[in-house]
Design a protein around this ligand. Structure first.
Ligand code: R5P
Length: 309
């Protein structure tokens, strides 16, 4: 099925999108692109913070695709994802698939210290237990987990979405700079699409100070740089890299990511370090969402409709 093609009424028979409380905005866009009908859940929070959800119409015999990010507040969004699946299956839904554009806990992907939880595996088991048959996400922080996942896990990549936004800006004299080992593959994809060079930087969190330290591995000779990272959380990594690039004479630095969590004063810190702008996708609702992953997710859903994957 070609890009942008809507699913036909025949193909979408029995398929419904469910807008989870965390991702209503994205679910609406995806429904518009795919033509798959959307069910908006009724939801609210009780005064003590517990979640309430209700299907306002029958889901009997339907193949449901739930759009529910698990960005902060992660635990609340995870519990909601759990309630949605268990309830849907209890109400007679045929199958249920989860699309979580940002997957929480992916940064705790191993036992860094003895006795720690390998949280991402626990979360994946929890989603399997809820009844999801498959889980889609976007730019998983620990893509190596796909192989070990207890539930079929599909990691969609949004680099091309980011690159096409950057291309439209028409930035000249540009280098793409990546952070960390995984960043290398992200930056190379973006740089290739833009037809520019890329350079890499190593990042490491100093265990005693807790501060991120970065080291550029190649010379950057251009006037402009786009730093590409999967997540901006506290902004610490971006801040250090922006400062380092500015010290080396780079005139304009863009801080680009897929998932903008923007915890605490991250925004202020990134701009104070000298960023020209912050560029993020809409996997997480945020004011820097300048490009969308709705098309990327829609294509995956349309492939589902085709019976692929
Ligand atoms: C690290 O492995 C990630 O790619 C990000 O660089 C990191 O998670 C960003 O976190 P923060 O914004 O808190 O430095």
């Amino acid at each position: 099925m070609g890009k942008n093609a809507k699913i036909s009424a025949e193909e979408s028979r029995g398929m419904r999108l469910i807008a989870g409380p965390a991702s209503t905005y994205l679910a609406e866009k995806i429904s518009e692109i795919t033509g798959v009908a959307l069910i908006k859940l009724e939801h609210k929070l009780f005064p003590d913070g517990e979640s309430y959800i209700r299907f306002p119409e029958s889901v009997q015999g339907e193949d449901l695709v739930v759009i529910q990010g698990t960005h902060p507040p992660q635990d609340r969004h995870l519990v909601q994802a759990y309630l949605i699946a268990e309830n849907a299956l209890d109400l007679g839904a045929k199958t249920i698939t989860l699309i979580s554009p940002y997957l929480a806990y992916a940064r705790q992907d191993k036992r860094f210290r003895e006795g720690e939880a390998v949280s991402i595996l626990s979360i994946l088991r929890m989603m399997k237990h809820a009844g999801y048959r498959k889980l889609y996400t976007v730019n998983l922080h620990s893509p190596w987990i796909v192989e070990r996942s207890p539930i079929p896990l599909i990691d969609l990549r949004a680099e091309r979405c980011l690159a096409s936004y950057l291309k439209a800006l028409g930035l000249e004299d540009l280098t793409v700079v990546s952070v960390g080992k995984k960043g290398r593959s992200m930056a190379s994809m973006v740089a290739e699409d833009l037809g520019v060079e890329y350079a890499t930087a190593e990042s490491r969190r100093n265990e005693s100070t807790g501060r991120v330290e970065v080291r550029l591995e190649e010379e950057v000779r251009s006037r402009r740089v786009v730093i590409v990272d999967d997540i901006i959380s506290t902004g610490g990594t971006m801040v250090e890299l922006i400062k380092e690039l500015r010290r080396r004479g780079v005139k304009e630095v863009y801080a680009a990511c897929i998932h903008a969590l923007m915890i605490g004063d991250a925004e202020e810190r990134v701009f104070s370090a000298g960023a020209r702008d912050i560029v993020a996708s809409d996997t997480v609702p945020n004011k820097f969402a300048k490009y969308s992953v709705a098309e990327l997710i829609s294509e995956a859903i349309l492939r589902e409709g085709d019976g692929e994957e």
